[in-house]
Design a protein around this ligand. Structure first.
Ligand SMILES: *Cc1c(COP(=O)(O)O)cnc(C)c1O
Length: 424
């Protein structure tokens, strides 16, 4: 199946007389005829459902669709993108381990790594995504267990050289984890470029309608845990909490990573996505292949308009030929990047505030990456407690406006920007 067909049909194939649409299995528990039958599930001898804190059929249908879109071997949904990022790393790292991460990542992920996971005793080295191979290799330590980056970083809009990061990760015997939220598998499939594990905040384009928070983890099934068995004892030695099962042996390279994350992390931490949310996510996925090209087309038109505007100081959009990442983006995302554009209004913080007041079509929201055009001026909203100096240190210029271009008529969006720019 091509990606457009996968968006509609992958993951769920109803049999004779069954519901056409993925059913919402709104049930916490599942009934078994005998204790023995249930016992086999607890021993991981047979696959099946026993409690929705670990697994739910609705979620699994939707995860299977995303898995097909990414070209993976197994996948799971999580309650949020944050949970997906956390599980993806914590599934193979523990206290005294180390992770190499791109410094251009989502702020929530940066906090998760740099504050919360450090408190768990996991060490992180953040590298400039544009670093040389030498600099990247120098970041590894004997206890490094994973490398993490974002295809298109939110909000910096840097584009990850996936092949460069995959080569460094593999040379050091560890997997590359890529957060593919902004590109979506419609525009980029990181596994094809060497990524081993892909994560998503499905809250963004995949859901696409501001309806449901969620996340997803996809495993490529390609990373050879046994070739680096000493680094990944959690996958290559018996799990006493599951009667001595060795995940990589019993479930193969294709199934080990996701089975372990489900059996251990979901069981113990319980960050399952509600089946109702998975159903809503699936509705979004069905039109993802139609929406992404429109997001990119609209964003490019908006970026080109802004670049020519006399009241605009700078524009950052990886689809613009003038952008630093244009060539990298063309390589990894030949059909387009994403709908998010950032730019600076001449006159700094004051002018940006006036600009925001003049908008009518673009809605002020902290959210990004969905059907509605929305806009944020961090200096007067999320980062308002900071002065100009502090903002600069945080990598957010006082004039920065982040515009998430939706799928409305682009002329309405541009007219809105034109009217608001007149105000400043
Ligand atoms: C939003 C976002 C997340 C976090 O996802 P939530 O669903 O909000 O928990 C992670 N990565 C990226 C790139 C994001 O944009």
């Amino acid at each position: 199946m091509k990606k457009e067909t996968k968006c509609i049909q992958a993951g769920y194939a109803p049999k004779n007389g069954e519901p056409r649409m993925i059913p919402i299995i709104q049930s916490t528990t599942y009934k078994y005829d005998t204790s023995e039958a249930m016992g086999k599930l607890f021993d991981l001898e047979e696959s099946g459902y026993f409690y929705t804190r670990l697994q739910n059929p609705t979620n699994d249908y939707v995860a299977a669709k995303i898995c097909a879109l990414e070209g993976g071997s197994a996948a799971m949904l999580t309650s949020s993108g944050q949970a997906a990022s956390f599980f993806s790393v914590f599934n193979i790292c523990g206290t005294l381990d180390h992770v190499v991460a791109s410094s251009a990542i989502y702020g929530g992920t940066y906090n998760l790594f740099n504050v919360t996971m450090r408190r768990m005793g996991i060490d992180f080295t953040f590298v400039d995504p544009d670093c040389t191979e030498e600099e990247l290799n120098a970041a590894f330590k004997p206890n490094t267990k994973a490398v993490f980056g974002e295809t298109i970083a939110n909000p910096a809009l840097t584009v990850l050289d996936i092949e460069k990061f995959a080569a460094a990760a593999h040379a050091h015997g560890v997997p590359l984890i890529v957060d593919n939220t902004f590109a979506t598998p419609i525009n980029c499939r990181p596994i094809e470029w060497g990524a081993d594990i892909v994560t998503h905040s499905t809250t963004k384009y995949m859901d696409g309608h501001d309806a449901a928070v969620g996340g997803c983890i996809v495993d490529s099934g390609k990373f050879d845990w046994f070739a680096h068995a000493d680094k990944f004892p959690g996958l290559t030695t018996p799990d006493e909490s599951y009667h001595g099962v060795t995940y990589a042996e019993k479930f193969g390279l294709e199934g080990a990573y996701i089975t372990k994350a489900t059996a251990q992390l979901m069981r113990d931490l319980g960050a399952i996505q509600a089946p109702m949310n998975a159903y809503l996510l699936n509705l979004g996925l069905e039109s993802l292949h139609v929406r992404m090209p429109r997001h990119c087309e609209n964003a490019l038109a908006v970026a080109e308009y802004l670049e020519k505007h006399e009241k605009v100081e700078w524009v950052n959009y990886p689809g613009l030929p003038s952008n630093k990442y244009y060539e990298t983006a063309k390589k990894y995302m030949p059909d387009g990047t994403c709908g998010v554009v950032s730019f600076g209004v001449k006159g700094g913080r004051k002018a940006a505030e006036k600009f925001m007041k003049g908008l009518k079509v673009a809605m002020i929201a902290t959210h990004v990456a969905d059907a509605h055009t929305c806009v944020l001026h961090p200096a007067s909203a999320t980062h308002r407690q900071m002065n100009d100096e502090e903002l600069k240190a945080a990598g957010v210029s006082p004039d920065l406006v982040r515009l998430s271009v939706g799928i409305e008529n682009v002329n309405d969006i541009i007219e809105d920007l034109e009217n608001a720019l007149k105000e400043c």
